[in-house]
Ligand binder design. Structure first.
Ligand code: C2E
Ligand code: MG
Ligand code: MG
Length: 644
């Protein structure tokens, strides 16, 4: 073997060994880090090893050896493929995404074909390699600022130089080209490892930022969460104290969000929260903080307000903005909001007090019928405590049998005889005396206590009326009021069925009263439940008709049998022409829909006469009797059943 052959053998074997070492090294890294670019570079280095090995052997064997051609083909193929694999790796490193499978396949086929012919036409492979490597180097140069560190630069320089000297391999002017090639190969390897390390460090940094963000932000809306809000409030308070400025804390709660969530599903609920969060964010300025406290509760911190009026304006703006209908999953959703506001220094000087007072004011806004804002006033705290105490007492009232039912007769207008009763709850409070539902039903609804209370009312009323049926031999009906909350109980239909079974009351004697506003909430769900209830054979009445969102459409959609005209219309029926007109129109319309009409709150004979002349079916009111306790009513029934 001659001297130049030896030097060729030495450089080719060094390059082969170098490429094998690199491909083994990157393979090991890839096992650990699982990156597409490491995988492609590993393939590239393996191809490089094959390329150098086959080429070296072919050269050593000499021109005439029969094995030379297959070796040259192999080397040419490997030489072309390595260009593709190195290129893919760099693309993936820079773009942070894998190459598309289809693109990769097409490029590999093209280079495979090029490789098959390149051994015949010297210079083709070298030209491709020069173009691709120089382009790769340019891309790396352009993107060098994307990343801190020297990886892109070193790798870019190695690609550039390899591209630049590729054509020289054709002439092989000197064995030093081989040494230079080996050197560049080494630099390229170092560059790749540097890129990997920098990539990993950046991923770790990003993960840290992400974790920090997650710890201080709400995942759904991306808004700051409670801890970050409190942090900002602490800072805001310090600044407000230093500059002697006011600061406002708002507590927002979407009204009846739970109904939307329960009836339309959580994904709609989530979408609504996201869009609501966006709208709130757009209502405020850069330096203000909007946070999500959990569920449908949001808070807002506005540092530097001039006066209370400013806070009121912001609250009103938020309420108006959230009132614009939302379009979610092809549905139009109407949302209202209750807002409470507390102001530093008037309503507190520390974060906890300010947030608590804003929350209390928000509850006050809910009490006031929702869809409004309330500025905190110290008396509210007393009220909140009262409400809490009431809730605790009410919980006990149920178990200690302090709740009782009163019954009010419903009178048939044609026969003037009692043919039904309405059960109305009362609370015999040991200290406060007899409390009317106005004093405690809203607390029962908000706390959810209405569900066990409602079940108790149903069972007691059914049992009582069944007992009267036996005693009086007269099948009167019983009407029981249902709250909207009871429709959310998983087993309302089951409760009604059990009350009927247990008492033996015929289902047609039970009438369930719902109000328009409670029926409107969550209407699809309500209609479904009402149909099931009707399936049991019970009747459904629309209570307080005319006070809610009256809509004839609802009368058609809801499977109701009876319409109870609210006492508001009856009261003025003889003095207000418009009320008289409404009453006669509603009666006529109800009859055309085959509904029984009951007029509530009839107190005078004149009212009774008017209603009778209009064809009203039943009346209920003090004219005949106020609601009475069971014992009194029994006497009344026994004495008056036929006399009235
Ligand atoms: P409602 O179902 O519309 O009941 C009729 C109300 O009108 C009763 O008030 C009754 O006492 C009153 N009333 C009857 N006749 C007259 C009259 O001639 N003049 C006047 N001014 N008022 C009359 P009450 O018993 O205070 O009940 C108020 C509301 O509380 C009920 O309105 C009903 O919505 C609710 N409620 C009562 N009991 C229950 C219950 O067991 N469950 C639920 N969820 N709500 C109930
Ligand atoms: Mg009623
Ligand atoms: Mg009513």
């Amino acid at each position: 073997m001659s001297a130049p052959d030896l030097s060729v053998a030495a450089t080719f074997s060094a390059q082969t060994v170098g490429a094998v070492v690199m491909s083994v090294l990157l393979l090991a890294f890839n096992r650990q880090y699982r990156k597409e670019y490491l995988f492609h570079w590993t393939l590239g280095w393996a191809a490089s090893a094959v390329f150098h090995f086959a080429r070296g052997i072919a050269m050593l064997l000499g021109e005439s050896h029969p094995a030379r051609i297959p070796l040259m083909v192999i080397s040419s193929e490997a030489g072309c493929l390595l260009i593709a694999w190195f290129g893919f790796g760099v693309f993936e490193l820079v773009r942070r995404r894998p190459v598309r499978l289809l693109d990769a396949r097409n490029i590999l086929i093209a280079l495979g074909v090029a490789g098959a012919v390149a051994w015949l036409a010297p210079g083709v492979r070298e030209a491709i390699s020069a173009i691709v490597f120089v382009l790769t180097a340019l891309v790396l140069w352009q993107k060098r600022k994307q990343r801190e560190g020297v990886g892109f630069l070193v790798l870019g320089a190695a690609f550039f130089m390899s591209g630049a000297i590729a054509p020289l391999a054709l002439v092989r002017v000197s064995p030093y080209i081989g040494y230079l090639d080996f050197l560049l190969q080494t630099v390229m390897g170092v560059g790749m490892i540097a890129c990997l390390l920098e990539d990993e460090r950046e991923a770790a940094e990003l993960a840290t930022v992400e974790i920090e963000h997650l710890a201080y932000h709400d995942a759904l809306t991306g808004l700051p969460n409670r801890p970050l809000f409190i942090d900002r409030l602490i800072v805001g308070l310090a600044q407000a104290a230093r500059n002697e400025r006011h600061l406002a804390v708002f507590f927002l709660d979407l009204d009846r969000f739970k109904d939307i969530n329960d009836s339309l599903g959580h994904s709609t609920g989530d979408q609504l929260l996201k869009e609501a969060a966006d709208r709130i964010r757009h209502c405020v300025r850069e330096g203000d903080t909007v946070a999500r406290f959990g569920g449908d509760e949001f808070t807002l911190l506005v540092p530097n307000i001039d006066n209370v009026d400013d806070a009121a304006k912001i609250a009103q703006k938020i309420i108006e903005t959230l009132k614009i209908p939302f379009f979610i999953n092809d549905r139009e959703l109407f949302v209202t909001t209750s807002v409470g506001v507390s102001i530093y220094p008037n309503d507190g000087a520390d974060p906890e007090t300010l947030v608590r007072n804003a929350d209390t004011a928000m509850y006050r806004a809910k009490d006031q019928g929702r869809d409004n804002y309330q500025l905190y006033a110290p008396a509210m705290n007393a009220r909140a405590l009262e409400r809490l105490a009431l809730e605790t007492m009410l919980r006990k009232a149920l178990s200690q049998k302090e709740l009782v039912l009163y019954y009010q007769p419903l009178v048939n207008v044609a026969t003037r005889s009692i043919d039904g009763l309405e059960a109305l709850i009362r609370w015999r409070h040991p200290e406060l005396g007899l409390l009317s539902p106005a004093n405690f039903i809203s607390v029962a609804e908000m706390s959810g206590l209405i569900i066990p209370i409602g079940e108790w009312v149903l069972r007691t009323a059914c049992k009582q009326v069944r007992a009267w049926h036996r005693r009086l031999d007269h099948p009167i009906t019983i009407a029981v009021n249902l709250s909207a909350r009871q429709f959310q109980a998983p087993d309302l239909v089951g409760q009604v069925r059990r009350a009927l079974d247990e008492s033996g009351l015929p289902p047609e004697c039970l009438e369930l009263e719902i109000t328009e506003s409670s029926a409107m909430q969550n209407s699809d769900n309500t209609i479904y439940t009402l149909r099931e209830l009707k399936g049991l054979g019970v009747r459904i009445a629309m209570d307080d008709f005319g006070t809610g969102y009256s809509s004839l459409n609802y009368l058609k959609r809801f499977p109701i049998d009876t319409l109870k005209l609210d006492q508001m219309f009856v009261r003025e029926v003889l003095t207000e022409q418009s009320d008289a007109a409404i009453v006669s129109a509603v009666i006529a319309m109800s009859h055309s829909l085959d509904l029984v009409v009951v007029a509530e709150g009839v107190e005078t004979e004149a009212q009774f006469e008017f209603l009778r002349s209009q064809g009203c079916d039943r009346i209920q009111g003090f004219l005949y009797s106020a609601p009475l306790a069971a014992e009194q009513l029994e006497k009344y029934l026994l004495g008056k059943r036929t006399a009235v």
